[in-house]
Design a protein around this ligand. Structure first.
Ligand code: C2E
Ligand code: MG
Ligand code: MG
Ligand code: MG
Length: 291
């Protein structure tokens, strides 16, 4: 079990980790102070509703602004933080920052649901739901301003412990999303009992949509599966107009990716949002597919 879990977190078998043991040890000690010293920065990447081009949500993506090493992407410290028991403090900081930002934005008429990625160690923690409930109350945030993303592989491996927490979160009114969908092996029966609102198709399938034919079938199946289960389907990693068009034809609900915008710091995101951005596509006329 441990080996499997470590493998999932890409820590132990990552050659970079073995080569840089010294660096990792230094990072671990730096990680202890990073929250207290306010070294994390949340970036926001918009999600677009495909049928009308509405920007109704965004994903919060954390970066570590290290005093000596500069910007460190989440892939280089989140798995490591989780494995060393330091993810909870980061998650709590991110959720606080995001809720405070959402409340301030909504006072300025910028109403978005913001998605936050959480680790399995967060989602399984019995105190996690209490933390979310308190944070929403303390900051005066509506529960539907918050969506929590958990990865498919995580959800798959520990269904029982998770389910009760997810049910409680749903009862609170928080939205739930399964991230990186298609990389695990969820069964239809299993998915049908998950109390989630959204599936996010993994970037690897979306990216190759216009040059790998089998991905068209995979993506179409995921969209159909999601819709049968009454879920909103999001494609992440949309980089080209041809991918956008293919997704639109297949009835995908939301798109996120560099075609629309890269993740931006809060101020830059706000400026972008308020500039009523000309999105780099023509919203497709879906009525032709309705007959
Ligand atoms: P994710 O949740 O699947 O997030 C999507 C990743 O794809 C982000 O990478 C985003 O910048 C990137 N991306 C978005 N659009 C495109 C595109 O069009 N092309 C390409 N090539 N990439 C695109 P990022 O920000 O480096 O985050 C990586 C992963 O780190 C996330 O994957 C998520 O699993 C994790 N992560 C990020 N922030 C947090 C956090 O606050 N807490 C936790 N637990 N995990 C986080
Ligand atoms: Mg995500
Ligand atoms: Mg994802
Ligand atoms: Mg992904």
């Amino acid at each position: 079990y441990a080996a499997k879990r470590l493998h999932q977190n890409h820590v132990v078998y990552d050659p970079g980790f073995e080569q840089n043991r010294q660096t990792q040890l230094a990072l671990l000690s730096d990680l202890r102070n990073a929250v207290a010293e306010n070294q994390f920065v949340v970036c926001y990447q918009p999600k677009i509703r495909m049928k009308d081009g509405e920007i109704d949500s965004a994903e919060a993506l954390v970066r570590w602004r290290h005093p000596e090493r500069g910007w460190i992407p989440p892939g280089d410290f989140i798995p490591f933080a989780e494995q060393t028991g330091r993810l909870r403090a980061i998650t709590q900081w991110v959720i606080h920052d995001v809720l405070a930002r959402s409340v301030s934005w909504s006072a300025q008429d910028i109403r978005l649901t913001v998605s936050v990625n959480i680790g399995m160690s967060d989602a399984e923690d019995t105190d996690f739901v209490d933390f979310i409930e308190e944070a929403l109350a303390r900051l005066g945030a509506n529960p539907d301003m918050l969506c929590l993303e958990i990865t498919e592989t995580g959800v798959m491996n520990r269904p029982k412990e998770l389910l009760a927490n997810l049910e409680r979160l749903r009862m609170l009114g928080v939205r739930l999303s399964i991230d990186d969908f298609g990389t695990g092996y969820s069964s239809f029966a299993y998915l049908a009992q998950m109390p989630v609102h959204e599936l996010k198709i993994d970037r690897s399938f979306v990216n190759a949509l216009d040059h790998k034919f089998e991905n068209v079938s995979i993506v179409r199946s995921i969209i159909e599966l999601g819709h049968i289960l009454g879920l909103q389907v999001v494609a992440e990693g949309v980089e080209t107009e041809s991918v956008w068009q293919a997704l639109a034809v297949m009835g995908c609900d939301e798109a996120q990716g560099y075609l629309i915008a890269k993740p931006m710091q809060a101020d830059e995101f706000k400026t972008w949002y308020l500039s009523a951005p000309m999105l780099p596509y023509t919203p497709p006329d879906m009525s032709v597919y309705d007959q």
